[in-house]
Design a protein around this ligand. Sequence first.
Ligand code: OGA
Ligand code: MN
Length: 210
Amino acid sequence: MRGMQISSDHPLLLSIVDDLAERGWSQQDLFLPPALVAALAAECRQRAAQGELAPAAVGRGPAQEIREGIRGDRIQWLESGESSACDQYLALMDALREALNRGLFLGLEDFECHFALYPPGAFYRKHVDRFRDDDRRMVSAVVYLNEAWAPEHGGQLRMYLEQDREHDVAPTGGCLVVFLSGEVPHEVMPAMHDRLSLTGWFRRRGNEPF
Ligand code: OGA
Ligand code: MN
């Protein structure tokens, strides 16, 4: 799998760009190949077993807090160069970043992402990903790493779309969901089993004075 490449004009990426332009979100059920899903899932479980995943915080900067009544997942931020599987994922996301810049002129400069594990019963209440005091996050991208997921396992991503429409996505391995970070409220419903994902945000340059 090492060296798997995707060009930023791959049809899959172009259709994500089109979806975002038309309606602000996209779902690709077969985005990550099964072997990469398996490798990333194994890595997420290994990190969890080694105690590397920490309770996720809500908010940003000094106002950050752990609030399990809002979100109960455990996370670890990703760096490049940690493993072949993670680097392949980062390369795919970088191709998507280029495609988004080319198609939507978003000026996305970087991508921050973390593994997330929701233990049974954990959830993430309805929220928007862009922070009130930091508008750098432009596009959210979540890939799911759960190899056998059935509807009765719960754990759907529920997106609140225009005209009071809701759209649920099952966190099935290989599925990618992308949406505009400032515009799509969403929540994670409680799951019966560990729910694994990689969640990330494409960001533009900030306007901070420091
Ligand atoms: C998040 C989030 C959605 C998901 O981490 O901000 O909303 O389906 N995740 O895991
Ligand atoms: Mn979110």
